[in-house]
Design a protein around this ligand. Sequence first.
Ligand code: NAD
Length: 458
Amino acid sequence: MNRFAFYRLHAITFLPVFVYSNVYGSRLIHVYEKEKYMSASAVKETLNPFEIAQKQVKTACDRLNADPAVFEILKKPQRVLEVNFPVKLDNGTVENFTGYRSQHNNAVGPYKGGVRFHPNVNMDEVKALSIWMTIKCCVAGIPYGGGKGGITLDPRNYSEAELERIARAYSEAISPLIGEKIDIPAPDVNTNGKIMSWMVDAYENVVKHSAPGVFTGKPVEFGGSLARTEATGYGVNFAAVQALEKLGKDVKGATYAIQGFGNVGYHTGYYAHKAGAKIVAVSTVDVAIYNENGLDMEAIIKEFQTKGFITNEAGYGKEISNAELLALEVDVLAPCALENQLTSENAGKVRAKIVVEGANGPTTPEADVILRQNGVLVVPDILANCGGVVVSYFEWVQNLQGYYWEFDEVQEKETVVLRRAFRDIWNLAQEYDVDLRTASYMMSIRRVEKAMKLRGWY
Ligand code: NAD
């Protein structure tokens, strides 16, 4: 079956719930996007991540003087799937959940990207996140395209048994469009290895064969890779260390503030602490804690390892707001929570020397300009947090070959990839006199552009 026929088949199968687009275009999605784009362009600063991602791609395409077809293709995902699926809750009632999967571009390789459980998940968000994944995979030089998915829900409102049924139903619903050589999801906000295991099991029940490589971020006992859980935060700190070096600073004694102390924030803090940095502030959605003398990281690490989150019950420091945390005078500010944390409203208040983006999309384009004007060095998400997808790629390689590597071997391989990516992007930024974000997009778009050209897409 050729590519077009394959897409058509699935578009028909999912007609009631499927919003469908590919490189050949779709009238339906065109109208939808045009309206959204026009209404948002009337306001000064858009917080719509899809529009932000499109702007970032456009800036890099213009800077590269790329063929106009390149932006035309990259500005939209090839396919976007919306699924609505009923799940029985513990109290006997039924809730109809909405989930998405966006597949942006597979010129370089199969789609790859996380699955998020969050009340704000919507179609534009997954579309943006899938664009960022295409760019991120090419920044790292791994053979994947970009995908992303999510379910609109607040997981705190559901029992573990309910979350399992939701995860399984979502995996079944998207199963016709994913696969080890097609689209490989992974954990993201509020999802983890346990959830990936349920999703693999549900997928295998549909396809009736073993396919451990269809999801990454699995527990080690179930085909996961050693050093995957640590990979993103390890990479975020490694990016911070390299940026500090560029400013002539040592990580030893450097001060860090970390917004969002989940998987990414915790491991960023863990590795920074191990390298001798002084972590002065960390936060979660519930609390932000500040201690100018440095937080007791040994105790914080212990609490996180025990509970999976932190509180300030032990009195690690004084409680401040998340807004105050973002404005602290530190060497490294690591936003590791969600998008749009630094906007035109608060970017001028940032006093950090370096912003290293652990989260995806924490800085709006307007905030980017302000930070640059104020001399803040921003290490963009697609470079700073690409360690996660790099080790996801290693997990997938191990699954496909059925041969597993040691922890140190994985982390060494990750380090090699991250060092090369940082060096190449730093050099490109110098060559074109652009910021690291634009340089990262330029590097990636060059790679995708070449693959698309070779495939004859333009
Ligand atoms: P997580 O759910 O493990 O942690 C998120 C943390 O952010 C939690 O501590 C939560 O309390 C906190 N948080 C949420 N809203 C907040 C707010 N408004 N203010 C302060 N803190 C807030 O998620 P994660 O896996 O660590 O992902 C965090 C970010 O990193 C997301 O943007 C995600 O897309 C990105 N990311 C994750 C990975 C990965 O491997 N997990 C890889 C690349 C990028």
